[in-house]
Structure formats: C-alpha cells, structure tokens
Design a protein around this ligand. Structure first.
Ligand SMILES: Nc1ncnc2c1ncn2[C@@H]1O[C@H](COP(=O)(O)OP(=O)(O)OP(=O)(O)O)[C@@H](O)[C@H]1O
Ligand SMILES: O=P(O)(O)OC[C@H]1O[C@H](OP(=O)(O)OP(=O)(O)O)[C@H](O)[C@@H]1O
Ligand SMILES: [Mg+2]
Length: 280
C-alpha cells in the first residue's frame, strides 16, 4: 500500500484534494487524518504542509504533496519528483518603498520570514550578514510593527504586500508551486509511477482541449499544420468525399486563436470539448 502525504490545511489543501479526486482516488469527506483507499492500493495521511517533507524525507511515507518553498525550507533530504501546476507563487524580499533597493543592502538588517532556512541559506550564499526573525504568518505586518526592516514571503497577487505599504526588491528568491516529493535515497517504485501518471493525466486534461473540425480535402495539410496534435492528428473520411474530419489535442489557452486560423484555411464545424481524463 503506497503511503501518500497530503496537506490538511492552507492554500495547498483544497487543490491537492481536488487533483487527487480527479485522478480517481477517494476523496476526503470530513476531517479524517488517515484515509485508506484500498481500491487504488494507497493510503492518504493528511498532515500539516510544513511537516510533509519531514515525513517523506525520513521515508515514513512514500510520497507527498507540498510546496517547493516548503520543501527547500524543510532542510530534509526529500526531493522534488514532479511539479503539479497549482499554488504558483514567487518568494520575494520586500520593504517600505525606497528603504531597501538591493539584497546587498540587507547587511545588518532584520528580515522577518516564516521560511528561515530558505532565507538564511540565500543570504549566506551571498555572504550577506542579516538577522532572520522567525514569524509564523502575517509577516507583512512586521515592518510596520517595528520588529523587522524587511520581509521575505510568498507573493501571489502582491495585494498583501501593497496593503502593508511594502515593495519587492531584488530578484525573486524562488518560483514556487505545489510539487510531488519522494525520499532522495529511494527510486520511484511502481506504485509511485501509477500515481505520477494519474497526476500527469490530470495536468494534461486541464491544459489541453480536444478540437474537431471538417476541412476540404485540398486544405487538410494546411489545417493539420495548425493542429499537429501530440503524436499526429486523426484524419477520417466523411460521407462527402470532398471533405475530411480532423481531431487533435490543442492547448486550452490557444483554442480560440487556433479556431480562427483553422477557419481561415477553410475548416468548418469546429468544435472544442474538454478532456475529462487522460493517460499519455
Ligand atoms: N497566496 C498564495 N498563493 C499561492 N500559493 C500560496 C499562497 N499562500 C501560500 N501559498 C503556498 O502554500 C504553501 C504554504 O502553505 P501553508 O498552509 O503553510 O500556508 P498558507 O497557505 O499560507 O496557510 P495558512 O492559512 O495556514 O497560513 C506554500 O507552498 C506557499 O507557496
Ligand atoms: O500576494 P498575495 O496574493 O497577497 O498572496 C500572498 C499572501 O498569501 C499568504 O498569506 P496567508 O493569507 O496565507 O496568511 P499568512 O501570512 O498568515 O500565512 C502569503 O503568506 C502572503 O502573505
Ligand atoms: Mg499563509
């Protein structure tokens, strides 16, 4: 039975649960901490997102979902197996407008963060001697309240920073997103491969749509060049021998541009459908 750690709270919890449900696993109904799913040969452990790398790093659980930032901050030996495409954020320094312009200027300053190891390593690698102030959350308030000169925190829309009168400076410390992690010293076992393929299937189903259209025989090559698909598009005969039907996968975000281009080359009856599940 594969043991899988899943965040029980916070920004990662709901999208992780949703993704696992779309991948065909049993969904958590209440606030259970352990959820066996024997039909799929797995057992879920709902843990604090910050603790997941600790469990996976020691091999207590086989695989887990957490944030890349949390993984790096954990200092454990767990490794990233695959990015999962949700909870995307950057991790950045910020300070009141005009007070700190570069990371080098943090020398001698107090930097508040919930990610001490990540920030400590980043500063140490650059030889910058700043003191790291640990806070559990609402880090953005620390400067106004006088216990820090700058912060290092998760930024998604930037609205929390703005509301606190802070501005980012320096390069992003990290681009983060939810990731599947596994122990460093253990090769991915077959059961992990199944989970991994299922999660990839969800990612593909979310990223792509299926496009069907009819096109005159003499324009098939031009149309197929617009929709090359993953391997190669399906081209089928129609009852009217002058036309062909084509089916191909297209990136969801490109769907309208692709439909415009297909129409230009003579395609008609262009239909887009969502992909419910996939296995590449
Ligand atoms: N606004 C956000 N947008 C995207 N990802 C976020 C956001 N806030 C936190 N995360 C991500 O969530 C993970 C942190 O989860 P955690 O549950 O510790 O904090 P949280 O989501 O802020 O929840 P809490 O309410 O407990 O503070 C990190 O990987 C972080 O990058
Ligand atoms: O750039 P934004 O879209 O504003 O999002 C970023 C904010 O979201 C998270 O905070 P959360 O609400 O989880 O509170 P916390 O600081 O107590 O964790 C994160 O810690 C940032 O503060
Ligand atoms: Mg938070």
């Amino acid at each position: 039975m594969l043991r899988i750690a899943v965040p029980n709270k916070g920004s990662l919890s709901e999208p992780a649960t949703q993704m696992l449900a779309e991948a065909g696993y049993r969904r958590r109904r209440d606030r259970e901490l352990v959820l066996p799913d024997p039909a799929n040969g797995v057992e879920f452990f709902f843990l604090r997102p910050r603790d997941i790398a600790v469990y996976v790093g020691t091999g207590t659980v086989d695989v887990g979902i957490t944030g890349r930032d949390l993984l790096l901050d954990s200092g454990t030996s767990a490794v990233e197996h695959r990015p999962l495409g949700f909870a995307r954020s950057t991790f950045r320094f910020a300070a009141p407008a005009g007070t700190v312009r570069s990371v080098e200027e943090l020398a001698g300053a107090r930097v508040a963060t919930s990610y001490d190891v990540l920030v400590g390593n980043y500063l140490a690698e650059r030889g910058i001697n700043a003191s790291v102030v640990h806070l559990d959350g609402a880090v953005e308030s620390s400067v106004q309240l006088g216990i820090a000169d700058a912060v290092a925190d998760v930024v998604e829309t930037g609205s929390t920073l703005r509301a606190a009168g802070l501005e980012v400076f320096g390069d992003p410390i990290l681009q983060s997103e939810a990731v599947l992690i596994r122990p460093a010293d253990r090769p991915a076992e077959a059961a992990v491969d199944v989970l991994d393929r299922r999660l990839q299937g969800v990612l593909v189903a979310r990223r792509y749509v299926l496009m069907d259209y009819d096109v005159p025989v003499e324009h098939v090559d031009e149309a197929v060049a617009v929709t090359p698909g993953l391997e190669s598009p399906t081209v089928s005969p129609l009852h009217d021998g002058n036309w062909r039907a084509v089916r191909a996968m297209v990136l969801r975000e490109d769907a309208n541009r692709v439909m415009d281009e297909l129409y230009e080359v003579g395609a008609r009856a262009i239909i887009v459908t969502s992909i419910h599940a996939s296995r590449l």
